[in-house]
Ligand binder design. Structure first.
Ligand code: TYM
Length: 342
C-alpha cells in the first residue's frame, strides 16, 4: 500500500528510566518539537512497559514517568497540539504486541544489537520482555498506523524490524493493513557521544555522570562538564572533513551545531582555527542558554503533579480513539470473534 493512503502521523517514545540527557534531547525531543509544527498528527509516549523489561524500582518509575512528561512539555511539546501518553494507559499497545510476538521470528530478535548489548553474556537470565522488546516497539508505532518515527541512530535496527513485522503481517494475512513506517534520523546530533570517550554513545546508564549532560543539570554543572570534556590538542578545522579522525572534537562541534540549529559547515566557518580553550566556553554558554530554561520549567511542572496526571489521562483518551479501532480491525483480520452487544 502506498504511504499516501495513511494519515501523516508521527509516533515516538522515550523510556522513563531517569537521567534524561543531551542525547535524548538533541536526538529525539528537539526533533519531536520540530515535527509538531508540521503537517502531522503527533503522538509522543513515555514507554513505561518497555522500562520494566529491566528492573525498575516502582517509586522511581512513577517519578521518572512524570518527570519525562514534564521534560516533553518543558522542551516545547504542547499537550493540546500533540498527544502525550504513558504507554501502560493505552492497553492496545500491549494487545497488539502479543499479535506481533506471534508474527516476529526468534531469529529476527536474536539479531538485535540492543538485545545483545543489554542481555550481555548472561542471556538466559534476561527477561522474556527484554527479548520481545522490539515487537512491543513495533506495536507502539503500528497501533497508530504511524507513518514517521523520529529517533536517534541507535534505534534504526528496531525500526527496520518494525517494517519487517508490518510486511510479514500484511503478507501472511493477505492484506494491506499496516504501513511501512519511515524512520526519521536527521540532523547533526543523531548520535551524541560521551563527553569522556568519543567512541561511546552518551547514555543514561554510563556510571560516570561527567560523561553526559543531564536535562536536570544546573548552569554550573553544564559548564563544568563541558570544560572537562575530553578533546585533543589541535585547533578546530575549517571544514567537516578535518573532523574525520577526531571523534571528541567532532562530537562537540555536532552538539554546538544541533543546539544552534546550524550545519556543521556553518559552525566550522565561524570557529575554524580556534583552540578548545576558546570554543568550550562558547559551547558552555550556548548549552546553558538552551538547556537551563528547560530544567527550570521541568522543576516548576514537577511541583504540579496533578496537572501532569491529567495531561496523561486526557492523552490516553485521545490516543484510544485511534488505537481501539485499529486493534479491533487487526483482531478481525486475525479471526478473533468480536464481542456482541448483550
Ligand atoms: P531511549 O529511551 O533509549 O531513547 C530515547 C530517544 O533518544 C535517542 N537517543 C539518542 N540520540 C542521540 N544520541 C544519543 N546518545 C542518544 N541516546 C538516546 C534514542 O535514539 C531515542 O530516539 N526503544 C526506544 C523507545 C521506544 C520507541 C518506541 C521509540 C519505544 N517504543 C516507538 C520510537 C518509536 C528507546 O529505548 O529509546
Amino acid at each position: 500500500m502506498s504511504e499516501s493512503a495513511f494519515t501523516p502521523r508521527v509516533f515516538s517514545g522515550i523510556q522513563p528510566t531517569g537521567n534524561l540527557h543531551l542525547g535524548n534531547y538533541l536526538g529525539a525531543m528537539k526533533r519531536f518539537v520540530d515535527m509538531q509544527g508540521q503537517d502531522f498528527e503527533t503522538i509522543y509516549c513515555m514507554v513505561d512497559l518497555h522500562a520494566v523489561t529491566v528492573w525498575q524500582d516502582p517509586k522511581d518509575l512513577m517519578k521518572s514517568t512524570r518527570e519525562l512528561c514534564a521534560g516533553f512539555i518543558a522542551a516545547g511539546i504542547d499537550p493540546e497540539q500533540s498527544i502525550l501518553i504513558n504507554q501502560s494507559q493505552v492497553p492496545e499497545h500491549a494487545q497488539l504486541a502479543w499479535i506481533f510476538n506471534c508474527v516476529a521470528r526468534m531469529g529476527w530478535m536474536q539479531r538485535m544489537t540492543q538485545w545483545k548489548d543489554k542481555a550481555g553474556k548472561n542471556q538466559q537470565n534476561a527477561s522474556l520482555g527484554l527479548f520481545a522488546y522490539p515487537a512491543l516497539m513495533a506495536a507502539d508505532i503500528l497501533v497508530y498506523h504511524a507513518t514517521h518515527v523520529p529517533v536517534g541512530e541507535d534505534q534504526k535496527q528496531h525500526l527496520e524490524l518494525t517494517r519487517d513485522i508490518a510486511i510479514k503481517f500484511n503478507h501472511d494475512y493477505g492484506v494491506d493493513f499496516f504501513p511501512e513506517t519511515e524512520p526519521v534520523i536527521e540532523g547533526a546530533a543523531t548520535r551524541v557521544m560521551s563527553l569522556r570517550d568519543g567512541s561511546k554513545k552518551m547514555s543514561k546508564s554510563d556510571v560516570s555522570d561527567a560523561s553526559r549532560i543531564n536535562l536536570t543539570d544546573d548552569a554550573d554543572a553544564i559548564a563544568k562538564k563541558i570544560r572537562k570534556a575530553k578533546t585533543d590538542p589541535e585547533a578546530l578545522p575549517s571544514e567537516a572533513k578535518g573532523l574525520e579522525e577526531r571523534p571528541e572534537a567532532r562530537n562537540l562541534v555536532n552538539i554546538y551545531a544541533a543546539l544552534n540549529e546550524q550545519s556543521v559547515d556553518q559552525v566550522l566557518a565561524d570557529v575554524g582555527g580556534k583552540q578548545f580553550s576558546e570554543f568550550k566556553p562558547m559551547l558552555a554558554d550556548l548549552a546553558v542558554s538552551k538547556l537551563a530554561p528547560i530544567s527550570t520549567e521541568m522543576a516548576r511542572l514537577m511541583d504540579n503533579q496533578d496537572e501532569i496526571d491529567k495531561i496523561l489521562a486526557r492523552g490516553s483518551q485521545r490516543a484510544r480513539e485511534i488505537t481501539a479501532p485499529i486493534l479491533r480491525k487487526t483482531y478481525d483480520i486475525v479471526g478473533m470473534v468480536p464481542p456482541v452487544s448483550l
